[in-house]
Ligand binder design. Structure first.
Ligand code: THU
Length: 133
């Protein structure tokens, strides 16, 4: 990823965040996932009055991409509206590990940009067949 690639991906995440539906938490999140062929798939969080039906931005971006046939991913950028780094929730870390294990994870705050691998964010992930059964 060149610095320009990272800037483009973060801009896409920020554009997606504008569509967030977060009337309950007021915490808006945007995610942008770059596939192996260069396509960017975006997502924003969408909350629901039945709160358990709320969906994270990252999950929407990943499921959109998979449902459109993308299968390899280079990077994911995540932004939020509170000025801090939005570290993905545990479920989204598991999804990234499962479907985009090679993706570099970029988080942007008012302070700057941090870059992680998914194994830094999710050491010892659940993996089918590794549980001793
Ligand atoms: N949220 C995300 O979209 N992604 C994350 O990584 C963390 C949390 C959303 C879920 C909910 O709509 C709101 O942020 C506050 O929990």
């Amino acid at each position: 990823m060149t610095p320009e690639d990272v800037r483009t991906l973060i801009s896409s995440a920020e554009e997606a965040m504008a569509n967030a539906m977060a009337p309950y938490s007021k915490f808006k999140v945007g995610a942008a996932l770059l596939s192996g062929d260069g396509t960017i798939y975006t997502g924003c969080n969408i909350e629901n009055p039945s709160l358990m039906l709320s969906t994270c931005a990252e999950r929407i971006a990943i499921l959109k991409a998979l449902s459109e046939g993308a299968s390899t991913f280079k990077a994911i950028a995540i932004v939020s509206n509170d000025g801090g780094y939005c570290f993905p929730c545990g479920s989204c870390r598991q999804l990234i590990h499962e479907f985009a294990p090679e993706a570099e994870v970029y988080l942007k705050s008012d302070e700057g940009i941090k870059k992680y691998t998914i194994l830094e964010l999710l050491p010892h992930p659940f993996e089918k067949g590794e549980q001793g059964a």
